[in-house]
Design a protein around this ligand. Structure first.
Ligand code: ZN
Length: 270
């Protein structure tokens, strides 16, 4: 190989590196992310279309049949979205759908803000504050762009880019299924718990709503239906403590709303 050719190859490699560094930049939350905000949005849109096309895996509750339930879940979502505490309030879609599956106590949010809440979770909880807390936690994962960073770690950057560009058939389906059980890092879970308290702190909800969910889970002991993001690190006891500490620091209310209003919401579900 001639010296000049070798130099050109080195220079090209260097330029490629530099380009990568500039394209993958720090986001509004000062977090380094290989995916751009646009790519988060494109990935979220494709995953949401995949979910809508797979009723066997994702039996979405039909909004035309249950308009009151959707109105209620949007009302809860809007309170969190309008807290003034989200970095991507206007850029992300923040669409919420209910999944009709009473056996799953879970919720998740795609990159770009497509939120999914299982009927199993709604029915399990006792107050609206608890649901708002868990939803706040999921919204936080998308807004802090944990989900795209975690997906990059799990699948690799090139896999995600190929999926977004439609160059890998089946990749979006794999990502959609993976989101149900995506294991976030301990640090991401703590950040999302904290952010949930912040989002709720400017609403009428008890700002430690998520703690109520963990406390219920702890009281039940080993439950096979406990979602993975909850059953592993950091352990729920520590999380309850950290959430309450955050609430005390923000001096926000820890008084939950009456379970009666929440029971009315549950009654809207099939
Ligand atoms: Zn989480």
């Amino acid at each position: 190989m001639g010296k000049q050719r070798k130099f050109r190859q080195l220079a090209a490699g260097f330029l490629f590196l530099i380009q990568g560094v500039f394209l993958a930049s720090c986001d509004k939350n000062q977090n380094f992310n290989l995916l751009s905000v646009q790519e988060d949005k494109r990935l979220g849109l494709q995953v949401s279309q995949e979910i809508a096309s797979k009723p066997a895996e994702f039996p979405l509750l039909d909004e035309s049949q249950y308009p009151a339930a959707y109105q209620k879940i949007r009302e809860i979502t809007d309170k969190l979205l309008n807290s003034g505490k989200l970095a991507y309030r206007n850029e992300f879609v923040w669409q919420v759908k209910i999944i009709r599956d009473d056996n799953t106590k879970n919720a998740f949010c795609t990159p770009g803000g497509y939120i999914y809440v299982y009927t199993g979770l709604i029915k399990y909880l006792d107050t609206e504050d608890q649901l708002a807390g868990v939803m706040g936690h999921e919204i936080a994962h998308a807004d802090l762009r944990h989900t795209s960073r975690q997906l990059t770690k799990s699948y690799g950057y090139q896999f995600l880019i190929n999926a977004i560009l439609g160059e890998n058939a089946g990749a979006i389906a794999q990502i959609a299924l993976g989101l149900k059980t995506l294991q976030n890092s301990r640090e991401f879970e703590r950040e999302a718990d904290d952010k949930s308290v912040e989002l709720l702190s400017v609403t009428s909800y008890a700002c430690n709503g998520t703690a109520g969910f963990f406390e219920k889970m702890i009281a039940e002991g080993n439950n096979p239906s406990v979602p993975q993001w909850l059953s592993t690190h950091p352990n729920p006891d520590n999380r309850v403590e950290a959430i309450n500490k955050k609430a005390d620091a923000l001096q926000c209310t820890k008084t939950p709303l009456s379970p009666n209003t929440y029971a009315a919401f549950k009654a809207m579900l099939p």
